[in-house]
Each structure stands twice: as C-alpha cells, then as structure tokens.
Unconditional design. Sequence first.
Lengths: 273, 264, 97
Amino acid sequence: MNRRQFGLLPILLASCALVVLVSFFYPESVLPRGLTYVMPAPLSYSYSYFPFLAAIATSLFFARGFVKSGSVGLAALGIGSLVMGAGLLLPQVIVYLAPANANELMGISSLVFLTSGTLFAAFSTLSLLTADRTAKLSFGLLILGYAGGLALVALIAVAASSNILPPFFMPVKGPTLFREEVIGVSIILYGYSSLVIFERYRGTRDDILFWFSLGLAATALSFLAALLGILPGGPYSWLSRASLIVGGVYFTAALLTAYKSVASSTVELDGST
Amino acid sequence: MTNRERTGIVQLDEMLRGGFLQRDAVMVAGTAGSGKTTLGLQYLVNGATKYGENGIYVTFEQLPDQLYRDALGFGWDLRALEEQDKMRVVCTSPDVFLASGRKGKNLLDPYIGEVQARRIVIDSMSHVAMYVDDKDLRKETYRLIMYLKTQGLSSLLLFEAPQLIGAVGPLTDAGTSFLVDSIILLKPVEIESSIRKVVGILKMRGSDHDKNLREYEITSDGIVVGSSLSGYEGIMSGSPRKLQTVEMAAERFSKSFTGKARKG
Amino acid sequence: MVEGELLLKRLLSSDAKAELLTLFRANPGLVDGIDGVARRIGRTRASVEPEVEDLKRLGILSKRQVGKIEVLFLDRQKDAEVQKAVERYLSKVGRSF
C-alpha cells in the first residue's frame, strides 16, 4: 500500500469510529436541535450529484468491459452501478417534478440501494465461485440488462408513490422498522462486496480494486449513518451525505487509476532513424 | 478454393480472402529478422505438402545448407522434399540471375521442369537491385516478373526494407511496388516496451483483402498470424498510439474485476 | 596406382579444392559463376580457377552458359560415382591394416 492509499484510508476509518462512538454516547435524541441544518428544498439532494456522476461513469466502464469480455459479473457490477446512480438522482428528480412525501422518497432510496447492493453482492459471490468469464453474451443482452435495471428503479418509484409498499417513514414517529431492516441489509450487502473486492485487491495489488472497495465501504458507511440518524439535517444525516460524496471520490479514483494506467503507456517512436 | 494460391497460414489466407491470385507477383517487404525467409519457405513447403504445388526457392546470399538447417527448426525437411522432386533450392549470384534469359535458356528453366513448379520465392530482390543500375532497375524487375508469369509461377519476391523502426519509408527505390500485384509488409513495432511484429496487406490487385494490421509470431511451427492490432493507430507512421484512451481505460478497469489485471 | 587412390590424391590436392567440394556437396543447388563460387568460400577467382578446372575435368563440376556467364554446378551423378570409387579404395586400404 503506498502513501497515497494509506493517507486516505484513515478518513474512512475515522468516520466509522466517529459514527460508532458518537452514536453510542450521544444518540441524536439528546443532541441540541441547533446542530441541525436542513438544505432548502431544490438543493436538498444536491450532495448526490457528484456520486451520481461517478456511479454512471462506473456503469459505463463496466458496460464496455462486458462488451469486450462477456463476463456476467461485469454486467452485474454495471447494472448495480447504474441502479445506484439512479437511486442517488431519482429523489432529486422527483422533488423537482412533483411533490413527494418523506415516505415515498425514503422508500425509493432504500429499495434502490438494496437492489444495487444485491447486484454488487451477486458479482462478489460470482467472483468467488468462478475465475472470470462466465458466459459470452451479446451487446443486445447488455442493453436489456441495463434497461431492466432502469425499469426496476422506475417500478420501485411507482410502487413507492402508489403506497403499495410497507411504510418507510411515519410522520412524527420517523423511519420505520421496515426501513431500518432494508437499510441494514443494504449495509451488509455493500460491506460484504467491499470486503470481497478488497480481498481481491490484496491478491492482485491492483489499485483499481482498492479504490472501488473503499467506494463501496464509504457508501455502506453512508447507509449506517443514515440508519443511526433520526434528525433531518442532523449530524448523522450530514455524515451520511459526506460519506456518499467520499464514496463518489473513491469510485472516481478507481476510474482515474484505470485511465492513467492506459494513458501512460502511449508510445512515441522517433520517426526518423 | 479456385484461382487462389493458399499460403497455408490460416489467418493470412483469411486476410487474402483465400490466398494470392494465381500467377501473381507478390512483394514481401520487411526488415531484417521480420520473417520474410520463413514466410517464403512456409509458402513453398505448404504448397508442396498440402496443395500439390511444387516450388523453387532462389537464394542469393544464404547458402542452401543454412536454409536446410533453419527449415528443420520448423520441422520442414527441405532435402526430403528435393529428393521427392517437390522442391528445389537454387543458390546463385544476382549477376548470374540477371544474365539469365538474355541469351539462350533461363537459369531456372531446368528446375521448373524437374519439379513442375507452380510457386517460386526469390530471396531477395534487394540483392538483385545491387547489381543493376538505377536506370535499368525497373526494366529488369519487369522482365523478371513477366518471365515468372509466363512460366505460370506464383511468386513471392522478398524485399529488404531498410528501416528497422520508425515510419515506413519507400519500400523500393525504383517504384517496384507499381509492378507487383500484391504487397505484404512485415513490420516490427514497439508497444509497451516490447517489440511486436505486425503484418499488413498494402495492395492486392484484383481482390479484396483485409485492411487491418495483424500481429504475427514466428513460432516453432512457422509463422502464425494472430488477431488485428486493434486499439492502436499510427503504426505505419512508427508512432503507435492507443486508440480512444477512455475506451481502453474502461477495458483496463473491467479487467481488474475479472481477475486478469497485472499484479501491481 | 589404383583409380580410387588417384582420385583421392587429386580431390585433396589443395585446401581450396577441399573447400569447393564441401561447398558444392553441402549445397547441391548451388549454380553460380566462378566469381560467385570463389566469394562463397572467401577466396578470389584467381585462387580457385585451377581447382575448378580440375574438378571440371574430373566431371564433378559441370558447366553451362547462362547469358554471357559460364555457371558451375555439381554433377550429382558423377560426384556419386567418384565418391563410390574413393569409398571402395578406402575400404580396401582399411582391410589391409
């Protein structure tokens, strides 16, 4: 592990420790209300823009990799990244387009992240069972998979707004047990995927895997902070947002690592010998 | 396949859409060590052993015993093929070769008759060029090519390209590329600090051909042509650069997850 | 002196002749002018000319005209006969020891 990697890792670990310690000793219920800050409505989800872009870029990279190799695992990663990105932006879009209550927004986010977590975990499990390529699939099936991911997100949004799902948020009472269960499972799925990919990094020493696993870990931390927080705009709410942005940074670092490794191998020969 | 002279090198024949056209004069240009001789021998050996087309190898510098030894390294027993009258290895000097046909019989006539040759390799035309005045080079080359066609021979004319690396300069000095029917280029390129070899068909009169540059290797079984050298541009100019860095970055990114990444 | 002995003496009368024989036997497809042949064994025309003439007289090397150049080549049949004669002689010599 080089200095740059070592330098950023404590930020994540410190955040985890902070969340655990603070929540143990200072639950949000006892925190002064003055410590809260709620973003005004149009910008309430602006923190998700950067992670959204990182997630979409990642999904496109995976799509390219799938087209080249036909690996089902890559398709799962790509669709998972796409769904995660959609989950990050969708609440903002809904808030812009139509009035939506906290239950709907929370339901959409929670279920979308659960879906993306499932896909990441599916790849991670596949990668443990098989070496690499599992099937040769056509470009058309890739489009189908990606479209299917987006369709699933749309379905979740429709289901959430149709009130056919169990409640995720109750006015006055706050987040429901169901929501906490969904978030909890998402934390486990993201955490599991992060560990599996980190383990792969330890075997290959490939920096791309290092950053990607940190990205997943930061996203899991974001869910953990959201789970522990009860106050809108409270410290855990902000920790959750910050972790999401840090996750976006880590995913971007993974993409940049890949880009740099390719760009640095450009060769110029002396044309006149 | 009709009207085609197959080389027997699978991917190369695919590039040629089945093989060279019959009686075509094919220029094979390449630098030292690029595999011209190997390609020429493989063309003749495959012709004799696989397609019933006997051949003649004309060499000016390399002695036949050295060719026999080198060919054995690929599992080709040229002496045995000579004993079976499927092949002849003729070693002579360029001045003799040039003098041939001016008066009386051509030097190659007896050999063409002995083995009923259909193929011939001249190794190399660059040696012949050294014995000809510049002003006569094109004329002499034309005379040779027409003699070979008249004898019904499909010929590979090997040319030495002078530049090892860098841009591909003029392949010959006298515009010989205009006289031949096809041109195959064998070129070493530097990619990621290693020397790799690429083959390309620059010209093929009267036929479609693969426009891609393909990587090839000289293996223990002879020349093996691989896949297209995709993802690069500027190979012919001597400055291969990776095409579409973002695309390549995406592939590199994905490879990490399929377990094919290099160890860091 | 028997035929085989005479042949052997003539064939090995000089280094140049031995080199010429080695060259043509290892490269039966060699057909070249005397300048080219001399060059291939690292010698000059003048140094190989007498040896070439003797090998022509023995019939091991044959000649034909290619344009204005007289080219030399191995007469395989005659060369095989000469080799057999030498072998017969050597085997007799060997038995007498």
